[in-house]
Write a protein that binds this ligand. Structure first.
Ligand SMILES: C[S@@+](CC[C@H](N)C(=O)[O-])C[C@H]1O[C@@H](n2cnc3c(N)ncnc32)[C@H](O)[C@@H]1O
Length: 208
């Protein structure tokens, strides 16, 4: 496929070409999902059965909302589905949307009042500065807060799924996960771009 628009830089043309030929972009359009990210959660649900008997779920870093769309579609008898993001999310029937920073004490406290949850999912991608060390520290802070929320608000037997990036040492977090969940693994969905360092931490069956 040749992109002819002369106003685009070579980098933008390359991105557009890859985007237009991406099978998950096409699938997300065919299925009317807000983004191709929907398929990452679908793969996780199908492989790890994290929605089996789940009724209450919180989606951290939810915009534009495709993971929440999948939750609405797949949860048989939902009690509450909460979506939180720094950015605005268009309304989604069946989902309570909160706009704000989930790492702020105010929101952490509020989230606790909404608990317990059967599943906490986090697809957080902090805004990147380009400085690898600073970006890794921000990403690490986000996943640590997400883990903290899961430990405080999941019911016994609940699950936690969170994106992280393979750009630094996550051993401390994985040790914490293993202490608190019966089964812990990492999973790279087929729909996650090969060149992306993102990977998902899957923590099953919170111990107590
Ligand atoms: C990759 S997107 C999530 C895509 C989403 N799972 C979907 O399927 O539509 C990551 C999101 O994390 C959000 N984010 C990053 N830091 C955040 C924070 N501290 N609090 C809330 N949202 C945050 C960003 O605004 C962004 O929308």
């Amino acid at each position: 496929m040749k992109i002819k628009n002369k106003n685009l830089s070579d980098k933008s043309k390359k991105w557009l070409k890859r985007h237009l030929s991406d099978k998950y972009v096409k699938l997300s359009k065919d299925n009317s999902y807000r983004s191709r990210a929907a398929f990452k959660l679908i793969e996780i649900i199908d492989k790890y059965k994290v929605l089996k008997s789940a009724q209450s779920v919180i989606d951290l870093g939810a915009a534009p909302g495709s993971w929440s769309e999948v939750l609405v579609e797949r949860i048989k008898s939902p009690k509450k589905i909460i979506a939180i993001d720094l950015l605005h999310l268009d309304p989604l029937p069946g989902v309570e949307i909160i706009q704000g920073d989930f790492t702020s004490t105010k929101f952490e406290t509020y989230i606790e009042t909404l608990s317990p949850f059967d599943l906490v999912i986090s697809d957080i991608s902090p805004n990147l500065s380009g400085n690898k060390t600073a970006d890794f520290l921000r990403m690490q802070e986000s996943i640590e807060v997400a883990m903290d929320i899961s430990l405080k608000s999941l019911s016994k037997g609940g699950h936690f799924v969170a994106k992280y990036f393979r750009t630094g040492d996550m051993s401390h977090l994985i040790t914490l996960a293993k202490r608190n969940f019966s089964k812990v693994s990492s999973f790279k969905p087929d729909s996650s771009r090969k060149e992306s360092s993102e990977i998902y931490l899957i923590c099953l069956n919170k111990k107590n």
